[in-house]
Design a protein around this ligand. Structure first.
Ligand code: CP3
Length: 361
């Protein structure tokens, strides 16, 4: 049963935002730009907040999450702000305890490995995530007026994709080979589809809260889907993520669908009908765009580690990405994956400046 109501995107935000227009492949004055993990640990302003608050405290306190989101967007001068949150937040209302351990990343204390555990996952407590929506409301209010150049800053909400979230649930944390995830996926044709379906239910409700709070676009992170071959991707993931994309689009917003190491999956990923496909850096942007087809916009795809290169090399790489996009409507400049800790802030700021300088369309 379709629970979500179609709501209209706010007309002015859509019309006046080069980021939202690019998501819809409409013409823009110049290529819009924002960066994956733009509010992360490379940034001194974020580390100053982190000194006094844990990651989860920041996520769960709307004033602080909004402040971190806004500070990064304004410091960098990007065209969109992604809400500061984490992929794993929906685990708590589903009944899974987790924490972030320094140096180890996320740890799920009791990994989900049996059909009984999947059956026990709750889908009826999504309201407990409303602190993310409250933070989005604050960010939306802050950026309600157009900026100096007349452009409306885009507000991005996000969630994980079913496969990537399932991998954290099942492995109990980050993974190299996804052995437990694939064991469940190949071995239990009750538990796997049930898990995918429960995740879609939760994620649609979560996305709806974010859209109602003011998110202009929702990005779905399928960060680790590149662990799958295309045949298994089609068999075990594509149906649920297609359903997720469709139901988020029916909320009235464009969807960006992003994964890493996806060169061989891009054509299948475009079958989700996501408005935008996020490209990693391993495939040249023009080849990636060809693979997803002209009916999709693309986002990407500078190697985040080029931010450590000498500035003349970095500048060439930025111009190469722009050249590969060819000034066609429907390119959003970004990295191919998140900024890593230790990245020089001055190089990040330079990249944004160069996209503005050379990204005229
Ligand atoms: O601009 C932003 O940085 C937005 C905020 C954001 C965070 N997590 C905060 C965070 C976003 C968009 C995410 C998404 C996320 N979370 C992803 C997908 C993103 C991608 O790059 O593919 C994933 C896989 C996660 C799960 C997660 N959260 C991991 C694996 C880790 C540990 C990473 C590490 O290097 O230690 C986190 C922690 C996390 N989430 C941090 C931040 C800023 C860093 C830890 C900290 O501040 O203590």
């Amino acid at each position: 049963v379709e629970q979500v109501k179609a709501i209209q995107p706010t007309g002015t935000a859509t019309a006046g935002s080069r980021f939202v227009r690019a998501c819809l492949r409409q013409p823009v004055d110049r290529t819009p730009v924002w960066l994956l993990r733009q509010a992360g640990r490379y940034m001194p302003e974020y580390m100053a907040v982190r000194k006094h608050h844990s990651l989860l405290d920041i996520c769960r306190t709307p004033d602080i999450a909004a402040e971190v989101t806004i500070t990064a967007a304004e410091r960098l001068g990007v065209d969109a702000a992604i809400i500061f949150a984490d992929l794993l937040l929906p685990f708590t209302p589903m009944g899974l305890d987790f924490e972030f351990l320094a140096g180890e990343g996320p740890v799920v204390h009791v990994p989900v490995r049996t059909v009984e555990q999947v059956r026990a996952l709750r889908t009826d407590r999504i309201d407990e995530l409303s602190y993310v929506a409250r933070a989005i409301e604050k960010v939306t209010a802050h950026f309600s007026a157009p900026r100096a150049d007349g452009d409306q800053l885009g507000i991005i909400g996000f969630c994980g994709a079913p496969f990537t979230l399932a991998s954290y649930m099942i492995e109990g944390g980050s993974s190299r080979n996804y052995i437990e995830t694939k064991k469940l996926m190949y071995g239990d044709d009750i538990a796997w589809p049930m898990l995918m379906e429960k995740l879609v239910t939760v994620l649609v409700g979560y996305a709806q809260q974010q859209v109602e709070a003011g998110a202009d676009v929702i990005q779905i992170f399928d960060s680790w889907v590149g662990a799958l071959g295309v045949t298994d991707y089609r068999r075990y993931c594509l149906p649920s993520v297609t359903e997720l994309v469709r139901r988020i689009q029916s909320l009235g917003v464009p969807v960006i669908y992003f994964g890493v190491d996806t060169a061989s999956l891009l054509s299948a990923m475009s079958e989700t009908k996501a408005d935008v496909i996020g490209l990693d850096w391993r495939i040249p942007l023009d080849e990636g765009w060809k693979a997803v087809g002209a009916g999709c916009a693309v986002q990407g795809n500078l190697d985040p580690i080029t931010l450590f290169a000498p500035q003349d090399v970095l500048k060439d790489r930025v111009r190469e990405v722009l050249a590969a996009a060819g000034g066609r409507p429907g390119h959003i400049f970004n990295l191919g994956h998140g900024i890593v800790p230790g990245t020089p802030v001055e190089n990040v700021i330079k990249v944004i400046e160069w996209v503005k300088e050379y990204g005229a369309q």
